[in-house]
Every structure is written in C-alpha cells, then in structure tokens.
Design a protein around this ligand. Structure first.
Ligand code: ADP
Ligand code: DP6
Ligand code: CO
Length: 322
C-alpha cells in the first residue's frame, strides 16, 4: 500500500487569473503571474486503499463531503487515468490557510495534493508535468508548484503550465482582515463574470497586455513598475467581478481602507502596492527595505505578516507497505 506526503504554499497573483476557456481542462482565458509565499503551508497525505470503494478527504481533521470531496475525487480520477489505476485513496490535509477566504487555499491544497497523489500512484512527473496536473484541481495551483515568481502560460493542455521567472527581490505583507468564507467560490464567480459582465472581453485582452508589461518589469528588476501594474490589475479584476449580474463584491470597507493607507504610504516614499484575490484580505507587494514599516503601519487594520518568496511544492515522504 503506497502512501506519500507533500507540502505546498499559497501564491498571490500580481497579474490575476480570472476566467476559464475550458472548465474541464482548467485552461485560463489569459496568462497570469504570481509570487509563491514561504508562509501558510499546506501538507497533504495520500494513502492508497485497495479495499476502499470510495475516496475520502479529511481537511484539518474534519471529514469532508459534498463539493469539497467531489473536487478531490475528480482530481484523483485524473491521476488514476494517468496511472492506469482504479484504486481509491484516503486524503488527509492540514492547512494553515483559512479556507475560502481569498488567501489561495485551493492553490496550496491542489499543488500539495498533485505531488502527493502523483507519488502515491507511482507517477514520475517533472516540474512541468506536475504544474499541468495541479492545474486540473485549481487553476491557481498551477503556480504553487513553482518557487517564487511564476508565470502561468495560458496555452492549450500541453502548453498551460507555470514556470519560474527572474525578478527583483520582493516581500509581501499579508493583512488578514477576515477568516469568514467567501459567499461565492472563485470557481462559480468566474463563470458568472464570463457569462454576465459586459466588460469581460476587455478584461481578457487587457490582462494579456498587463502580463507582458509585468514580465518586462520583472526582467528589468523594476519594482515600481511591477508594483504599479499589480495594484492596477487588482482594481481591474475587482471591477469586472463587481460588474456581474447579480454583482459579487469581495472587498470589504476595511479592505478599501487598507488600499487607501497603502497609497498614502507610497506618497510618503515607501514602495508598497496593494492587491487582493477573491476575498476581503489584502496583500501588499513591497521590498525587503520597506516591509517591516508597512507591516507595522497596517497592523491596526488586521493581523500582518511579512512574507518572503517561498519554495515550490515539495515531496516530503513516500512509503510502500505490504
Ligand atoms: P481560496 O481563496 O481559499 O482558494 P477557492 O474558492 O478558490 O478559495 O477554493 C476553496 C476550495 O478549495 C475549498 O472549498 C476546497 O474545495 C478546496 N480546498 C481548499 N483547501 C484544500 C486542501 N488542502 N486540499 C484540497 N482541496 C482544498
Ligand atoms: C482571484 O484558482 O481558486 O485568486 O481554478 O476555479 O479553482 P479555480 O479558481 P482559483 O482562482 C483564483 C483566482 C484569484 C486570482 C489568481 O490566483 O490568479
Ligand atoms: Co482558490
């Protein structure tokens, strides 16, 4: 009976992924860019169980049912097809990330699950193949396979993977404002945006342009340009989400206060740029020099943490027992 464990970290998007052109293969409408963090790890163990008739999934010690379980089972079906296996598995995961709060629990969760499941089912995947596999669980997981700055190419099934890009030395300050689960999952909200927002076509074309500019800024080591694009693109994503019918709003009044405070610090000479994924929590892109100051200033709004670029997904163990 094979068992494997892997650890992955969340990533925060600088250029956001929002919208799929193929929901089954999880192919995005545009490429994206992110930073994998070195905090909030998720550790997942996959134990094959030839006697079991169904997969099981425990998250933080709680047995999961419904959508949570079916997402894991559907993902394992992809792995089983690659491995030519029909053996069921027991999946257990421990995460330091609040689930469904816009802090990328699905990214770390499915990157860790991809690596653990691939090892347990005996697949030998290189980094690119693992990134493509993680994509099938959650789009953002494509990038959590990769350390530090990662670009996810839109591509077709073969070409839609993430890889590392060089860039300036960065820090992120996470500002945890809310641990309440979001009302609408990223998955559902993306579908609604694509179906109902009149701005969606412009979002797709402008995202590709912003990605090219952000990659140039990375190559030039230009923090200010990269930061400017990051904050701009966050506003654009939340604007397109708010333009859905019925509308969805992830940012809270406190999130907006943090955005304002970050703009004020920037005017005072600090290099800091706010962003938020699909939730009320704000993350600030900054430099090693400015990070402590930014974290201290924002701590009146919520719990802050200075976070460094982190490692890609890591296989922790693999055992085979009779
Ligand atoms: P988030 O902003 O937290 O990524 P999403 O709506 O994108 O929110 O995804 C949350 C979903 O991801 C959960 O409801 C669950 O289905 C899945 N998920 C979260 N953590 C894990 C994990 N450790 N292992 C497997 N699936 C997970
Ligand atoms: C706002 O990867 O969580 O964080 O592919 O449906 O699982 P699914 O969605 P998910 O969406 C992430 C959206 C985002 C932006 C980003 O991470 O690029
Ligand atoms: Co997610």
């Amino acid at each position: 009976m094979a068992e494997a464990s892997a650890r992955a970290h969340p990533n925060i998007a600088l250029v956001k992924y929002w919208g799929k052109r193929d929901a089954d293969l999880v192919l995005p409408v545009a490429g994206s860019l992110s930073l994998t963090l070195d905090e909030f790890p998720t550790t997942t163990t996959v134990r094959l169980d030839p006697a079991a008739v169904a997969d099981s999934f425990t998250l933080g010690g709680v047995a999961q049912q419904g959508t949570q379980l079916s997402r894991v089972t559907e993902f394992l079906d992809v792995v089983r097809e690659l491995a030519d296996s029909d053996v069921r598995a027991a999946v257990t995961s421990i995460s330091e990330i609040p689930t469904d709060a816009g802090l990328a629990s699905s990214a770390a969760g499915f990157a860790a699950l991809a690596a653990a499941a691939a090892a347990a089912y005996g697949l030998d995947l290189d980094q690119r193949a693992l990134s493509r596999l993680a994509r099938r669980g959650s789009g953002s997981a494509t990038r959590s396979v990769i350390p530090g700055l990662a670009v996810w190419h839109a591509g077709d099934d073969e070409g839609s993977f993430a890889e590392a890009v060089d860039g300036p030395e960065l820090r992120m300050v996470t500002v945890t404002l809310s641990r309440t689960p979001k009302a609408v999952s990223s998955r559902e909200a993306m579908v609604r945006t694509a179906r109902t927002s009149p701005f969606f076509p412009a979002w797709v074309t402008s995202t590709e342009e912003t990605l090219q500019e952000a990659l140039e800024a990375c190559a030039q080591g230009d923090v200010e340009r990269l930061g400017h694009l990051t904050e701009l693109h966050a506003h654009r994503m939340h604007a397109v989400i708010e333009s859905c019918d019925p509308p969805i709003r992830y940012l809270s009044p406190t999130s907006l206060e943090v955005f304002d405070e970050v703009a004020r610090m920037r005017e005072a000479g600090r290099r800091c740029y706010a962003t938020a994924d699909a939730g009320a929590n704000v993350v600030v892109l900054t430099t090693p020099e400015d990070a402590e100051h930014v974290a201290a200033e924002l701590s009146v709004h919520g719990e802050t943490r200075v976070v460094r670029p982190g490692p890609g997904v890591e296989l922790i163990s693999r055992t085979e027992s009779a």
